[in-house]
Structure formats: structure tokens, C-alpha cells
Design a protein around this ligand. Structure first.
Ligand code: ZN
Length: 316
């Protein structure tokens, strides 16, 4: 049981716990898999997900023929098997998605909105994240980064080969550290200018080449807020398909307390005590400050601190 029952049951972390078996050994049979009459496809156009309107939300899973009838596919990737049934991600491009918005039977919106508003059944979020990240990678990697020739999609989307220089290219995911620095009973939150009014969150940044996760946590916290951190403790990870990141959640022990905000990165940063952070999680803050929604890992990182205090760093 949570040490803070007022926070309610722990919500599910979005885009995680996929029910898809990626079945990598089947990637050479993509054609046969697509001919399975039970196969289903998620259709993605840039940031937009195409769904059929249903019960105030949308059903994002189309039959292969129905997906093909929506628009011409630019790319198709094999996501894996759901209960033995093949699932694909089909990319139709941004313009085709815009055109489809004229149809009354479809609900077309971006994946963040779908996740935050719960517009599709939760089990669809992980494969939608997989499809969106993969299709984004293909859309940005049509040409060989070694020699510039047009490359070809192979292995059902899990590799691109260059026919000119024979280089092989694999889909990638970008590691991002997202962390909460802790000073006793206080935690450090920041605001980016693009955040909705009143929202404060963990600091975050890309892991740089040649850096460990712990080093990235310390560097980003120092660069963005001027705080030096010592011990770093891993919390959890979350696929974050905007466009293709892996969020690596951590708690970090602050060794200093004087904040110096890098205004090119953040609008502001300050310390919040546990009770104030609790009110933000509960949406009961007196001046309506809040955290990101429960679909995002930031909510869970902050909540773990509210529940456990500095013990979340692993020290008694
Ligand atoms: Zn090449």
C-alpha cells in the first residue's frame, strides 16, 4: 500500500507493458504475415494517429485492406504478434492524414492527446509508440548516411540497406535522462516556456556520446539549474515516441542548493517541498501549479519522492 493513500492507486505509466511479442525471427516473413487475414495495422501520418470513431474515442486498429484503402502507404513495418496475430505500423505521411480529417467516421489526433485523454484502449499505446517511432525513423532515413544513395527498407522495417555502398542502418532510439534532484524534503522542478500554464516538471536532457546515465543526470542538472548532484539512483524507463526517445528516470541527491537557472533552457526552476509537490500531483495546489499527467514518467518520479521522501535515493 502507498504511504500516501490520498494519492490514490498508482496509475499506469503510458506506452509501457506492451502486449506485443516482437517476434524478431519472423521479420523475414513480413509478406506472408501481411497476408494473414487476421492481421491488423496502426496507421500513422506524421504526428497524427488515424482511428475509427468509437464510444467517444477511437479504435486505432485497421485490417490490412482497410488501412490500405485510407491512403497510399509510404512505409510498413512489422511490429510483432498480439496473441499470435500480426500487427503492423503503416505510415501514410502528414498530408494524407490532413486530408483524412475531412472524414466524419475517423478521429485523427496526435498521440500525446490520445494518451492523456485516454482516447484508445490502453493496450494500444505501446504498439502505437513503437509504430510512430519506427515510421518517424524511416521518414528521416530514406537516404544512406554513409554515401547519400537512396536506401531500402528490409527485414520488415527493422533495417535499411544501401544498395550503393552496402552499408546497413538500424532504427535507433535516443536516450534522454529525466531526473528529480532531492535536497532532504525538497525536490527541484523546472518550467520550460512551452509548458502549459502552471505546469512544473523534472529536468531532462539527452545523454551525450561517451557519457554514462549518472554523468548525464549530473551534467544536465548543473547546466540547467546550477545544482551539483552526487548519488544518482535509477527509477524506471519509458519509451517516448516524440519523436523516438527512451526516457531514463532517475532520482539524484543534490549536494548544493543555490539555483542558477539557464534561461536558454528553462523559464524557471525552484525547490518544492513534499507537501507542495503532493498538492500538485493531486491537482489541489492553491495557485493551480501542477505536474505532468500520469501518462508521463515525470509524474511517477515526483510521486515516488512524495511517497518516500529522500529514502527514494536508496539510503536509510
Ligand atoms: Zn550508402
Amino acid at each position: 500500500m502507498s504511504p500516501r493513500p490520498d494519492l490514490g492507486p498508482k496509475p499506469h505509466l503510458g506506452y509501457t507493458a506492451s502486449l506485443i511479442d516482437r517476434a524478431a525471427h519472423r521479420r523475414l516473413d513480413a509478406k506472408a504475415l501481411a497476408e494473414d487475414t487476421r492481421a491488423g495495422a496502426y496507421v500513422v501520418g506524421g504526428e497524427m494517429i488515424i482511428t475509427r470513431k468509437r464510444d467517444g474515442g477511437g479504435d486505432p486498429l485497421f485490417g490490412i485492406d482497410a488501412a490500405g484503402a485510407l491512403a497510399t502507404a509510404q512505409e510498413s513495418v512489422f511490429l510483432g504478434l498480439a496473441d499470435g496475430v500480426p500487427r503492423f505500423g503503416v505510415g501514410i505521411g502528414k498530408d494524407a492524414a490532413e486530408t483524412l480529417k475531412a472524414r466524419n467516421d475517423l478521429l485523427i489526433t496526435d498521440l500525446r492527446t490520445i494518451a492523456v485523454q485516454g482516447l484508445v484502449a490502453p493496450e494500444h499505446l505501446p504498439p502505437l509508440a513503437e509504430a510512430k517511432a519506427m515510421l518517424h525513423w524511416h521518414a528521416r532515413h530514406r537516404f544512406c548516411s554513409n554515401c547519400g544513395a537512396a536506401s531500402m527498407l528490409v527485414e520488415a522495417g527493422w533495417r535499411r540497406d544501401c544498395p550503393a555502398c552496402k552499408a546497413t542502418h538500424f532504427p535507433r532510439t535516443d536516450p534522454v535522462v529525466i531526473m528529480l534532484a532531492i535536497d532532504g524534503d525538497r525536490c527541484l522542478l523546472g518550467r520550460q516556456t512551452r509548458f502549459v500554464k502552471g505546469m512544473w516538471s523534472c529536468l531532462a536532457g539527452f545523454v551525450e556520446p561517451g557519457e554514462t546515465i549518472e554523468e548525464a543526470v549530473r551534467r544536465e542538472t548543473r547546466e540547467e539549474a546550477g545544482i551539483t548532484c552526487g548519488q544518482v539512483r535509477y527509477f524506471a524507463t519509458q519509451p517516448w515516441p516524440f519523436p523516438m526517445s527512451l526516457m531514463i528516470g532517475c532520482h539524484a541527491e543534490a549536494l548544493t542548493t543555490d539555483i542558477a537557472v539557464d534561461r536558454s533552457e528553462l523559464e524557471d526552476a525552484r525547490w518544492f517541498d513534499r507537501e507542495e509537490a503532493a498538492l500538485m500531483l493531486l491537482r489541489r495546489h492553491p495557485v493551480k501549479l501542477g505536474t505532468p499527467p500520469a501518462v508521463a514518467i515525470a509524474y511517477h518520479i515526483i510521486r515516488a519522492f512524495v511517497e518516500e521522501g529522500a529514502a527514494v535515493l536508496g539510503r536509510a
